[in-house]
Design a protein around this ligand. Structure first.
Ligand SMILES: *Cc1c(COP(=O)(O)O)cnc(C)c1O
Length: 382
């Protein structure tokens, strides 16, 4: 049976999200009999040569795709992006009362306790801040919460502490549909980037980055594995008594094999990375994302029937959020979409409305099908 004989829906879900059909076909081999070894990837010892090859190739492919420079370590962890909300401050905030590396370099607030800056641009960044405050000191460097996070802070609204241990930013706000086109420049302060929903769809300005993390299930592969790329010299800030599983140094020293990794998720992530590499890498993914989003925003902007919820200059290419004139019409559109094989278009339960998530694996034809439905629906109800 080939993928063409399987009915596949148009899946606009925000995550876990659609995966390339070609990858799922390859994964079928790994499911039953990997490389003629007579066993599934799920049944392999994580200390076997076979699994080590899978593991090493996934890490190497991520490093190539993201152009990760020397001095950074690439980790594959568990616990989702949500665990990184705690691990980032646990590892990088440094002990309370100690000056951070950045403050030492800049001479600012040298005697103060280490503190981190957070840019609040949606509910994920709020959760990240809440966990940071459970670990140590964290301050809000900018927030657009008053405006329902419908836009990103403008440069002049961002008040960064030059002595901060790091500045945390959510590169793409999955729920409200905004995305930093240019990540903020925090000078000597390293950025901590939650890139869960746009990793591998944009280049990373590594010279400004301290750590970048992403749950895999949006733009990297299946759920169960989390990418962390961290500047190695910053990991020295972590307290010596940090529990092993929470310590970047332990995972780095063990090449992300400190304990049993999510072998199957990493295998499929590796297949997804190869799929991206074969299609031209991050630059090609970024161009495709731009095109997909443009054809959808074009329909939303035309008539006054649909209304994009994010301010145009802050719009995301990955999650397109919009409303109809009434909730009744929104329900009807969702029903018609489902009948036409398009699922996952409901907005996040915290904001309502509609959301089309357009990650790397989203074929352009799916967006074209959605656009055709939106045009037709507007003709009938507009
Ligand atoms: C989905 C998401 C998260 C949460 O990811 P988990 O892997 O479920 O913990 C965090 N940040 C952003 C930006 C997200 O989109």
């Amino acid at each position: 049976m080939t993928a063409t004989s399987v009915r596949r829906v148009f899946n606009f879900g925000a995550g876990p999200a659609t995966l390339p059909a070609e990858v799922l076909e390859q994964a079928r081999e790994g499911l039953l009999d990997w490389g003629g070894r007579g066993l599934s990837v799920m049944e392999m010892s994580h200390r076997s040569k076979e699994y080590e090859a899978i593991h090493g190739e996934a890490l190497a492919s991520l490093r190539r795709l993201l152009a990760v420079p020397e001095g950074f370590v690439v980790l594959l962890l568990q616990g989702g992006a949500s665990l990184q909300f705690a691990m980032v401050p646990m590892n990088l905030l440094g002990p309370a009362g100690a000056a951070s590396a950045a403050s030492a370099a800049s001479g600012a607030s040298a005697a103060g306790a280490a503190s981190a800056d957070y840019l609040l641009t949606g509910s994920w960044s709020k959760k990240a801040l809440a966990d940071a405050r459970r670990v140590g000191a964290a301050r809000v460097a900018a927030s657009t919460e008053d405006e329902g996070f419908a836009r990103l802070p403008r440069p002049e609204e961002i008040d960064l502490d030059p002595g901060a241990a790091y500045a945390h930013v959510t590169s793409n706000n999955t729920i409200v549909g905004t995305q930093w086109r240019e990540l903020p420049d925090a000078g000597v302060v390293p950025l901590a980037i939650d890139a869960s929903s746009d990793v591998l769809a944009r280049p990373v300005p590594w010279e400004r980055v301290g750590v970048l993390y992403a749950g895999a299930q949006k733009n990297l592969g299946p759920a169960g594995v989390t990418l962390v790329v961290v500047r190695e010299n910053l990991t020295a800030r972590a307290p010596e008594d940090l529990p092993a599983m929470l310590d970047y140094r332990r995972h780095a020293a063990a090449n992300s094999l400190y304990n049993t990794p999510p072998c199957w998720s990493i295998y499929v992530l590796g297949l997804c990375c190869r799929w991206v590499e074969e299609r031209g890498g991050v630059a090609a993914m970024e161009r495709a994302a731009e095109e997909r989003a443009a054809i959808l925003y074009e329909v939303l902007d035309r008539g006054g029937f649909y209304r994009g919820t994010a301010e145009p200059a802050s719009r995301s290419r990955m999650n397109v959020t919009f409303r109809l004139p009434s909730e009744e019409l929104e329900r009807r559109l969702l029903e018609e979409a489902a009948a036409a094989g398009m699922i996952g278009l409901e907005g996040h339960r915290s904001v309502g409305g509609l959301r089309a998530s357009l990650y790397n694996a989203m074929p352009r034809e799916s967006v074209e099908a959605l656009v055709a439905l939106l045009r037709d629906f507007e003709r009938r109800y507009g």
